[in-house]
Design a protein around this ligand. Structure first.
Ligand code: HEC
Length: 145
């Protein structure tokens, strides 16, 4: 069991390194790293909500703060229409900038509303956060093959 877990972790880390591998544009790199921060914090909370890891108040608060902080940076990071062959950002972002910004705001609002007094409350409020990832990626991030 332990070995399987270690293996999964290695694969995950390798995958993340690969996602940035060969990205040359520094602005694209910066926005990808912002998304990785968001993703890491989100995964921490998901794993607590699913009881895969114990609900830890200080860790949950830290993850919430990371989500709030990095969601507040999305519009500044994406404002320059930077491109890179490795980027999954769609041109629709800049053609629908007001809507894209609103989606970023929604992530921040739902992150601020996260309640982790217990697992049920976390699961309830985390659903809304996850909804914003999906809604934005659906329109503005190229589908992975
Ligand atoms: C306002 C829109 C928006 C929201 C909200 C959003 N994302 Fe993203 N995300 C994007 C876009 C656009 C990209 C593609 C960026 C690129 O490749 O240049 C992306 C890329 C990513 C990536 C890949 C980063 C990389 O290394 O290439 C991950 C992981 C990710 N998002 C996770 C999340 C999670 C988890 C959430 C919700 C908690 C979320 N995102 C919310 C727009 C959004």
């Amino acid at each position: 069991m332990r070995r399987i877990f270690a293996l999964t972790l290695v694969t995950l880390t390798a995958g993340m390194a690969y996602a940035h591998n060969g990205v040359k544009d520094p602005q694209v790199m910066a926005r990808m790293q912002g998304m990785e921060q968001i993703s890491g914090a989100f995964k921490t909370l998901v794993s607590m909500a699913k009881n895969e890891t114990p609900l830890h108040q200080a860790k949950a608060r830290m993850a919430r703060d990371t989500l709030v902080l990095h969601s507040s940076k999305i519009t500044a990071l994406f404002e320059p229409q930077a491109s890179d062959p490795k980027s999954e950002a769609l041109p629709a972002i800049w053609a629908n900038w007001d809507d894209f910004s609103a989606q970023a705001d929604k992530l921040q609002t739902t992150a601020k509303a996260l309640d982790f007094k217990d697992r049920a409350a976390l699961a309830d409020t985390l659903g809304a956060v996850g909804g914003t990832c999906r809604a934005c990626h659906k329109n503005y991030r190229a589908k992975k093959n």
